[in-house]
Design a protein around this ligand. Sequence first.
Ligand code: NAD
Length: 348
Amino acid sequence: MKVINLVTIGYGGMGSYHTHTLIPEVDSAIRVTGAYDIDPARQKVAAEKNLFVYESLAEIWQDSQVEAVLIATPNDSHKDLALAALAAGKHVVCEKPAMMNTAELDEVLAAATRAGKTFMVHQNRRWDPDYLIVRDLYQNQPIGQIVQLESRVHGANGIPGDWRHLAKHGGGMLLDWGVHLIDQILWLVDAPLVDVKVDFSYLLGDEVDDGFVSYLTFENGVRALIEVGTTNFVKLPRWYVKGLQGTAKIDDWDLTGEVVRATNHSTVVAPSPIQAGVGLTKTMAPPAEAATESLDLPKALAEYPSFYQNFYEVVREAGEPIVKNEQVRQALQVMEQMLDSAKQSLQV
Ligand code: NAD
């Protein structure tokens, strides 16, 4: 096994997580040999962690021992850093969102092709256990054909940090969590997307969105609601999934939830009316006991290697990337559509 030496550019929250957690998990096939950050305080922390600290980007580009870099800087800096790294002959792992828009991505992908180097985007939420459960529900259909997916992340801490508040740095929740949730849905539903609707939230008064609700409709009839909220003191479930024979709910990343499906017994008696507020309802009464059964949530298993294992395979063994750049581009395109439709609705 020929180790890939990698340098982390942007040794902040995510850069240090890659350096000390994600990359060491791949059995020393990839080794983080150094780091570079424009913030001297982060350079100092990197040195304290025994990383070789580069004083400039040029020093990284000139270091022939460095085969790859991780770009984990604010979103607006990804393009220039990726172009420079590729021009210097380095492979690139880039944090999401890959770029600010598809035009930037196209420029970088053309540069990667010219350089003959790998450019891979860390769309890591394809490996999330909650998502793997939804994939199982979608593909194996224990609650029948899936027709509705609701994917939500709710927090109550507002927009975190500094640069995420500013449009010029690619701030806002669409570019932050939005790209993950859109990528998850696009990778799951194997049908053309026919409609995209969005409603952005600006409750916090920032120039960028602090959340949004969007609806994606696919040609096969599947509808997906995607919602990100940073002012939600009570959370809705992470996932709510409807199939033609049942419903599943995953409450949170702790993977609690429930799956209930119809038994379709011919002998089931209709439920009796229940008191509902100041009225009666039969429609909304709990189904008769024999009409439904509870199932366990499926096991969350990925049938594909981890992100960095895959990066190694792509670089060393001409393997197929799990996160393909055309898929990354499609998610960016959907986000562009959302931003355009919001601009148009402002003009009405
Ligand atoms: P952060 O603010 O914690 O860290 C960014 C670091 O980059 C800072 O230390 C900053 O000083 C440094 N920096 C800024 N410009 C630089 C430059 N030109 N050269 C070198 N260093 C520079 O931000 P973060 O939360 O770590 O986010 C970084 C990237 O990671 C963003 O693109 C973000 O979207 C992404 N991210 C991804 C995930 C995920 O789950 N995939 C999670 C969090 C963040």
